[in-house]
Design a protein around this ligand. Structure first.
Ligand code: HEC
Length: 212
């Protein structure tokens, strides 16, 4: 027990030292965007524990987190990347400015996805809080719309249609194609959350330097 606490405290200490180095003494707008990204990072971290069922699902926390991400996305995000603001200690790639339209499109996509996540917050998780899915449920033989227990009650009827939607939207991710916040609003929250997280990584892969 004591040892665990000590190790925990040590790990937190190391993590904050690492974070301080990662910022590399950034100032001005570079620090501002690192802080904004860091705020989104904290949200994604805490929501992903919730989406995996490790912490209790809290629709208000999902809505609040989604709203904060939405406010940091789109033009709020691109506005923190004025031309010439790359180079040490920033991890921004020069491709941001040579490929601005794509960068801006990815920032806009995050805004739409975050809006969708806020609207999907009340839908809860696809598997009802990370419970194992009993065999056969995914097959949908029980009738997608059956049950009549309403959206919140019966997981089964929602799952059928949610799966179909996931299958339909996932391939769109690759093309960065148009998302519709209304369609996202009908998905399970964890499905939309995964798309949000993918949207973060997609932009980092393309426009952020490897951190070693
Ligand atoms: C449109 C592109 C884009 C999107 C979308 C994006 N990021 Fe970033 N992110 C960047 C770039 C570029 C940097 C490097 C900034 C710098 O060092 O100047 C960065 C840096 C970061 C950092 C490191 C900050 C630091 O302290 O150095 C974190 C954490 C982060 N992003 C989290 C996220 C999360 C979480 C999301 C999604 C909710 C997200 N980002 C979405 C482009 C993006």
């Amino acid at each position: 027990m004591k040892i665990r606490t000590l190790i925990g405290a040590g790990a937190i200490g190391l993590a904050s030292i690492a974070a301080a180095y990662a910022h590399g003494g950034a100032t001005g707008i570079v620090k501002e965007r690192m802080d904004a990204m860091g705020a989104m990072g904290d949200i994604v971290k805490s929501l992903s524990a919730m989406m995996r069922g490790e912490t209790a699902y809290d629709a208000n926390a999902v809505r609040d987190g989604a709203e904060t991400i939405r406010r940091h996305a789109g033009e709020a995000l691109t506005g923190l990347f004025p031309e010439g603001s790359g180079g040490e200690p920033s991890e921004a790639r020069a491709e941001i400015w040579s490929n601005w339209d794509e960068f801006a499109a990815m920032a806009a996509q995050l805004e739409t996805l975050a809006e969708g996540l806020g609207r999907a917050a009340d839908n809860g998780l696809m598997h009802g809080g990370g419970q194992p899915v009993p065999g056969g449920m995914m097959g949908g033989s029980s009738g997608m719309m059956g049950g009549g227990s309403g959206m919140m009650g019966g997981g089964t009827s929602m799952m059928g249609s949610a799966n179909t939607m996931m299958g339909g939207t996932a391939p769109m991710m690759g093309r960065g194609g148009g998302f519709d916040a209304a369609a996202l609003a009908a998905m399970p929250a964890d499905g939309v959350f995964n798309m949000v997280a993918q949207s973060c990584s997609a932009c980092h892969t393309k426009f952020r330097l490897e951190k070693n």
